[in-house]
Design a protein around this ligand. Structure first.
Ligand SMILES: *Cc1c(COP(=O)(O)O)cnc(C)c1O
Length: 715
């Protein structure tokens, strides 16, 4: 596939000596390689900051004299050559030994479909955890040379930006993505214009323009319906993530699934295996079956042939997370489609029926479960819950034998380890630790890190977090669009010497953001303690359609503004990738208190753990596997209690009062809390390897990909 700069250079003013910066800017590899980031930052710190850490945007607007100057600066050139060498070596390496079968050209082992990808702040195509999981997954596939191609959406409006006005009721601002300044490139057809495919289920058909994001060695193809040739309704299909309009949402999923499959075909990309990250793309499975039926097989035979080569990952036990469409809509869009599958109306509807609630409609998760040979949940606990939820699809099979396996989520370590922390680990646990980070043994060497150095690194990160938050508050205030009280509680009152708890996640009600306020007087004592105070930093968005979530957020804002809580509660607007980086690196404790069993896995806690931030969490999702009694606190939810929330909150307070606060403030004469630092080390030692995306991707390969590939290659 040609990239846009085969047309003309993207940055014509780039000196020849630095021409590689274009390749670098156009491949997100730079985002997880500190050396590459430094290369852009070193050109001009201010411009780097103003671009939102987006080299594409920065270079486009960058004055040529400064580029000329860098092109003859020996120090810069040395760094440049170094990074370009690393990049070219990385990109040149095609086989890393994990997926052995040799594939013909343009054939990928896996096509990975996801409705969202969280890769970097410059590509706001994510709403939350599902997107970051997908982003981390494909970054790791790149690192491990997994022959994989990814499919998703280009959302011209991204996800909304959050603003909190004086009344505390979240405003959702829409900001269009500037496609020209994003690290994406047009995929061109033979005549050099952008490739557009047609999804023919509707009249007029939906036209989809194709973009590409280079994620290291992995290509992510994004579909965009916001083009002139489409009517306004069709244009709006990819406008934003998870539209609340049911019909438009169905049309989104038609484009993602059927359109995605057709797009791969138009690109000449073959694949053996389909991996669906959640059920939104399940129609892609139908398209493959339809092709087999077209060769003369009947539906059962076509299903049998294709089912082996399909992996479906389910991500949530929350009912609203499973799309269900009314039958009349399915009929409207698919009545011309099902004959091609050799099915009639009833047989087609049956594919999407949940046996316990057939009248509800066409369930995308049920469809995906029926048509996939490998199915998995995203933590041990979540697989048990999923087996229970979907037992009725396998009548006669006992619950614990329901074929939904699990691979616990993990995070892409090079993306989430803070660069200063990485340097410290380079120094003490081995310069090659990052290459071997899924080996638990390597983390045991953390014992050799002097307490003072780990503590100073952490403290520096905490200061950096608080500085970044204050800077946001300052800008909000200076722009004149925030009241003083909003500015103050947006972070201006934070104090780096205070024990700092972080809580950042979507404001969905099951996440119970306000649990820690359950006994306000008890909490207040600690917030206002003269000698050993605590402070809590909150962040997170409520879904635009989720009024109960917004109400929770409003209550929180009111609490933060209440002077009786001592200015120790901060709410930081517009949680996204960048803020997440600061928070998971810089807080002292990561708090998570969802109502079990709704947290399928959770990944933000893993990011914090990786950087030595211990957890104070309810035992649910990943933490049920991660907690070892020495690496933080695990609260067992008691659902038989007459007041389960109260009982959970009580346990959180007990942990704070009896353990966390005394341990944290027990400093030696030179200001180092040695026991606390020991806890930080134990946190990293016990979770760094186990909750890495590398461990996760390897497990997907072992459990599913290899097995499926064998079957697919045999056919
Ligand atoms: C990691 C991450 C998430 C996922 O967090 P959980 O609440 O743990 O599922 C969501 N948003 C952002 C910005 C993240 O970086």
């Amino acid at each position: 596939m040609k990239k846009k700069h085969t047309e003309k250079p993207l940055f014509p003013h780039l000196p020849e000596r630095l021409s590689g910066l274009e390749d670098l800017a156009e491949n997100l590899w730079w985002s997880w390689n500190p050396g590459a980031r430094m290369l852009f930052k070193a050109l001009d710190r201010q411009a780097w900051k103003e671009s939102g850490h987006n080299p594409d945007k920065m270079l486009r607007e960058f004055p040529s004299p400064l580029l000329e100057k860098a092109g003859v600066d020996p120090d810069y050139i040395r760094r440049y050559d170094d990074v370009m060498n690393q990049f070219n070596t990385y990109m040149g390496q095609k086989k890393c030994g994990l997926m052995e079968p040799v594939l013909p050209d343009h054939t990928y082992a896996v096509a990975y479909f996801s409705a969202e990808f969280g890769l970097h702040r410059s590509l706001p195509f994510y709403a939350g955890g599902l997107g970051f999981l997908a982003g981390d997954f494909i970054k790791e596939c790149s690192d491990l040379c997994v022959p994989l191609v990814a499919v998703g959406f280009m959302y011209p409006e991204g996800y909304f930006k959050q603003r909190i006005p004086d009344d505390g009721w979240q405003q959702n601002l829409i900001e269009s993505v500037n496609r020209e300044a994003a690290p994406i490139s047009k995929v061109l057809d033979k005549d050099g214009t952008q490739l557009v495919i047609e999804v023919g289920l509707t009249d007029p058909p939906i036209h989809v323009a194709v973009w590409k994001v280079a994620v290291g060695r992995v290509s992510l193809y994004l579909m965009d319906t916001d083009i002139d040739i489409n009517d306004p309704w069709n244009r709006g299909i990819s406008a934003r993530l998870y539209t609340g309009d049911l019909e438009q949402r169905l049309r989104q999923e038609i484009v993602l699934g059927l359109g995605g499959a057709q797009m791969l075909k138009a690109l000449g990309i073959d694949h053996y295996l389909l991996h669906l990250n959640e059920g939104h793309a399940a129609f892609a499975l139908l398209e493959r079956i339809r092709e087999t039926v077209a060769t003369g097989k009947d539906f059962p035979a076509a299903l049998k042939k294709n089912i082996k080569a399909t992996v479906f990952t389910t991500h949530t036990p929350v009912p609203a997370g499973h799309d269900v469409f009314p039958f009349y809509l399915i009929e409207k869009y698919f009545q011309s489609y099902w004959p091609g599958l050799g099915l009639d109306r009833n047989a087609f509807f049956q594919l999407g029926i949940h046996p316990e609630k057939p009248e509800h409609g066409f369930n995308m998760t049920a469809l995906a479960l029926r048509l996939s040979g490998c199915r998995n949940a995203v933590s041990r606990r979540h697989s048990q819950v999923s087996q229970q939820m979907w037992q009725s699809l396998w009548p006669g099979i006992p619950e614990d034998k329901v074929p939904i396996d699990y691979v616990t989520n993990g995070v892409h370590v090079p993306t989430w380890i803070e660069p200063k922390m990485k340097l410290l680990l380079d120094k003490y646990i081995g310069a090659d630790w990052l290459d071997r980070h899924d080996d638990p043994g390597i983390w045991q060497r953390l014992d050799t890190v002097p307490d003072i150095e780990l503590w100073q690194t952490h403290y520096w990160l905490k200061v950096k977090l608080i500085d970044a938050i204050r800077e946001r508050s300052r800008l909000r205030w200076a722009n004149g669009d925030a009241s003083t009280s909003i500015t103050l509680t947006g972070g201006a009152l934070l104090d780096p010497s205070v024990l700092t708890i972080g809580f950042a996640r979507r404001f969905a009600t099951y996440k119970r953001a306000l649990l820690i306020f359950k006994d306000l007087e008890r909490l207040k004592k600690h917030l206002k303690d003269r000698w050993r105070p605590i402070q809590i930093i909150f962040a997170g968005k409520a879904h635009p359609a989720d009024d109960p979530g917004k109400r929770l957020l409003q209550d929180l804002i009111n609490l933060a503004r209440n002077p009786q809580l001592g200015g120790r509660i901060a709410f930081v607007e517009d949680y996204g990738e960048q803020l997440a980086q600061y928070l998971v690196h810089g807080v002292d404790i990561w708090l998570n208190n969802p109502l079990p069993p709704f947290e399928a896995s959770g990944t933000s806690g893993m990011k914090a753990s990786l950087n030595g931030v211990p957890q104070l969490s309810i035992l649910d999702g990943w933490w049920e596997e991660g907690f070892n009694e020495k690496n933080g606190w695990g609260v067992e939810h008691d659902k038989t209690s007459p007041d389960p929330d109260g009982s959970d909150a009580d346990k959180l307070y007990q942990a704070l009062e009896q353990k966390i606060i005394p341990l944290y403030y027990n400093m030696s004469d030179n200001g180092i809390p040695h026991e606390w630092v020991g806890l930080m080390k134990e946190t990293m030692k016990s979770t760094g390897a186990q909750f890495s995306a590398r461990r996760m991707v390897k497990q997907y390969i072992e459990k599913f990909y290899s097995k499926c590939m064998e079957g697919a290659l045999k056919d």
